[in-house]
Write a protein that binds this ligand. Structure first.
Ligand code: HAM
Length: 480
């Protein structure tokens, strides 16, 4: 062996030895970290691997998916009917976007945002705690202001909030958002509420209630807020610790504090709807007239303020209606006429809402709502022998391409065990490719309903299967 080559082989061997020593060291480290279980926290690198997602997050298993596909189907249909175009934005944005849009002083920004720095530490990023800020950012970034108004955008996806998890409240939850840019007519607010109502009705959720309020525009809100602060200042001693802080940071939120003593104080507080400027008053009055016309189940909740600072004029929430169960807000939204401007764009009135999909699923379960059931395969493809096995993948794809939903159990060798699977699935047709059929280019087609069977050429297979499926439907219809 030439000297140079010998040297390089030696080097490789040495490298491999190092590597194996290293991997032994790594293994030892893993072992040690397991031995010292509890020494490192589960979330830490080198800590124990917990077979569960982080707290407040969960898997949506196949058994639950029929609810989710039903929601997705209904949402897509509504988006189409009401002229919404789909938009998907990243789950991660620059943190500043949310801080500026939702506002500091809100629970979402101050307590619930997942904040982190990119590697290298340059960028301050956040997992999205909601969609509206991202959608507004995308609207501006992609010059959607030049599109014909209104611009209607629809999106769904996960949202992250570091809140205390409990039933119906997750750290990762899913939202469906409908947002409209470029028009300030209250008919759009009413149309969104109508859309939300139709989504719920289509999902079989009938017992819901809309709560609506108007929190005015920046002009009349300023006057109202001053009045509110003066009122709460005079009752400061009776407020909870949180609300004492809110008095400085976000006084409107005191109105929907859930502490008994704050509820009592808030019950006599001035109401925003009594302090609206003429423009906001007319806007709210018109909205209520549209809702009356639609005959929707709504009530005015003068304490509804919502937990995000960008709202103006209309705010609304959708509540589950059962008296005996714990009530949830299934969705919420409102106008945000100044958000686009605040992010650097031209004045663009906007209105939107989000449904909490997890809570909608929960409500569907509670009312035993109908779910979307995927069609079951009516054909099973079995194979026996090496050559047949090789042919079966192609045949399987051919059947699917022709719209014939087919099941298989290719990993099993014995015909008996494959047929047992076919039996369990309750298919109408079993196809068998054995050694002989593989050589001849044929398939045995067994009609499980009539019990008859025939051997057909591979080129006639699709036609033959379709014929049997069609006939069986006719037989079962006649049999009804
Ligand atoms: P939001 O009220 O914060 O509004 O959230 C919308 C819905 O998401 C809530 O009504 C609730 O059903 C659901 N939700 C919120 N937090 C959780 C959680 N931790 N676990 C489970 N579900 C939850 C917004 O996010 C606004 N961006 C909505 C909007 C769109 N406004 C205008 N356009």
């Amino acid at each position: 062996m030439p000297k140079a080559k010998k040297k390089s082989v030696k080097k490789t061997v040495k490298k491999a030895a190092n590597k194996s020593a290293k991997s032994a060291a790594t293994k030892k480290a893993i072992k040690t970290s397991k031995v010292r279980a509890g020494a490192k926290k589960s979330g830490e690198i080198g800590g124990e691997i917990l077979l569960q997602p982080p707290r407040g997050m969960r898997d949506l298993l196949p058994g639950e998916q029929s609810y989710w596909s039903q929601i997705r189907r209904v949402l897509s249909r509504m988006a189409l009917e009401y002229g919404f175009g789909r938009i998907d934005t990243p789950a991660v944005e620059y943190a500043n976007l949310f801080i500026r849009s939702i506002g500091s002083g809100t629970d979402i920004v101050d307590k619930e945002m997942y904040l982190f720095s990119s590697r290298g530490g340059g960028d301050k990023l956040a997992l999205r705690p909601e969609f509206t800020a991202s959608i507004a950012r995308a609207y501006l970034q992609h010059g959607m202001n030049v599109l014909a108004k209104p611009v209607k955008l629809f999106s769904t996806g996960p949202v992250y909030r570091y809140d205390r998890p409990q039933e119906g409240r997750y750290r990762e939850h899913f939202q469906a958002n409908f947002d409209i840019f470029g028009e300030q007519d209250p008919i759009l607010d009413a149309q969104l509420i109508q859309l939300a109502h139709r989504v719920m009705a289509s999902l079989g959720i009938k017992n819901i209630q809309f709560q609506v309020n108007s929190i005015g525009c920046p002009k009349c809100r300023k006057e109202y807020q001053d009045l509110l602060v003066a009122y709460f200042e005079s009752k400061k001693q009776k407020l909870c610790q949180n609300c004492k802080k809110r008095l400085e940071t976000n006084p409107l939120r005191i109105l929907d504090c859930k502490e008994d003593k704050c509820i009592q104080v808030a019950s006599a507080a001035p109401q925003s709807i009594d302090r609206l400027c003429p423009e906001c008053r007319v806007h709210f009055k018109n909205l209520l007239e549209y809702l009356d016309e639609l005959d929707l189940p709504y009530m005015i909740n003068p304490k509804l303020v919502r937990g995000l600072n960008y709202y103006t004029k209309t705010v609304f929430e959708i509540w589950s209606g059962d008296e005996n169960e714990r009530k949830y807000s299934l969705g919420g939204g409102g106008r945000y006429d100044y958000l686009i401007e605040e992010l650097g764009g031209e004045h663009t009135p906007a209105v939107g809402f989000a449904l909490g999909m997890d809570r909608v699923v929960q409500e569907m379960k509670r009312v035993h709502a109908r779910t979307h059931v995927e069609p079951k395969p009516q054909v099973f493809l079995a194979q026996l022998g090496d050559l047949a096995k090789k042919k079966s993948l192609k045949t399987f794809a051919e059947l699917q391409k022709n719209g014939i939903l087919t099941a298989e159990s290719f990993g099993r060798g014995s015909l008996k065990s494959q047929l047992r699977v076919a039996d369990k699935l309750g298919v109408q047709i079993t196809l068998i490719i054995g050694q002989k059929e593989a050589l001849d280019g044929t398939v045995i087609v067994k009609d499980m309903v009539s019990g008859t069977q025939e051997t057909v050429g591979m080129d006639k297979l699709v036609l033959s299967v379709k014929k049997i499926l069609k006939n069986n439907v006719i037989v079962s219809r006649n049999g009804e």
